[in-house]
Design a binder for this molecule. Sequence first.
Ligand code: SF4
Length: 400
Amino acid sequence: MHQDDQHPDKTFVSHFPGHWPGVSPEDWNDWKWQMRHRVTTVEQLEKLIPLEPGERAGVILSGTKLSLGVTPHFFNLIDPENPECPIRRQVIPRMEEATTSPEEMADPCGEDAHMPVEGLVHRYPDRVLFLVTDRCASYCRYCTRSRVVSGAGDQELHTNFEEIFRYLEKHTEVRDVLLSGGDALLFSDERLDYLLGRLRAIPHIEFVRIGSRVPIFLPQRVTPALCAVLRKHHPLWMSVHVNHPRELTVEVRDALGRLADHGVPLGNQSVLLRGVNDDLPTMLALVHKLLQCRVRPYYLYQCDLIRGSAHLRAPVSKGIEIIEGLRGFTSGYAVPQFVIDAPGGGGKVPVNPGYVIYHDKEKVVFRNFEGKIFEYPEAGDPAILQETVPDGLFEDYIYS
Ligand code: SF4
């Protein structure tokens, strides 16, 4: 039996209607109703769940940093009785957000320094990050881009769409465009169709990716009409963002299924978060549920050094330990790559458990997931090998 079989959030559950008992299924399934009824104030919060004093202060403070905003769908996943609920920790502000540690930064990935046009980050040679909006369906308290996302902080995002299209037309080295922000899936179908159409009309752009948490926060947005728009613009890939198995509800599973049915390859990016998913049984349950939703666990991120996030950051050693507990013990498809986004703009760096014990010109010595030691002979230079092999041996080998 897998450890995740014991996990309380292993099964797919619908939390409708939860705190909204009077709502009709039609309204609940209307993504615009969900957006209009988001929980955004301390008064709303206090009516729904018992608030901790540190949360009340955190919400008030969030008005000048990163707004509070939670869709009813996602809010229903919170356990009201548990102040340490892993869903709650992700979206309800806490007083600790007011504390900035010396190593923390407003822009930990150094994006602003790589913006040739406002709203476009060109840090890697062949791909760009297109920040299409600063709005999300709900706001994650550890958001890497919290300096601009939600519009509450000091910095504003003024994406210059036409100038970005011109830049991309000129830069023939760009073959991959990632739409993020904020969340592109909050655009209307028509606007998204136009945006994707403009990008797909640029011949050297080979494919487009969308980074979105909308299928998780707001699965109602993944309508058949939206899926039809996305299908028009293939090859189009999507990275979703799920951190805890409870987030994979019946509605989310169905939304992800609709995307997959429309040919959108799906990967997941999780952030390693203290008290949310920094333990192996939770991560196992998450990756197994993701595969059932036809989503490949892609990255596990070490939490960026964003201001006020120390209370949510788990040690790097914990991430390595989790990967070590997955690799070999479950399907290879279930194992994400653990990465650290190098502070200041160095890009993603893979961080792996050490399996190689010794390596020279002759051999590599390594251990497997059970700790057993193996040796593999290093392949030599074929030219040197030929000199040392007796005449005729290669011919025998080739024709035998
Ligand atoms: S959905 Fe993404 S961009 Fe939006 S708040 Fe969460 S982490 Fe930030």
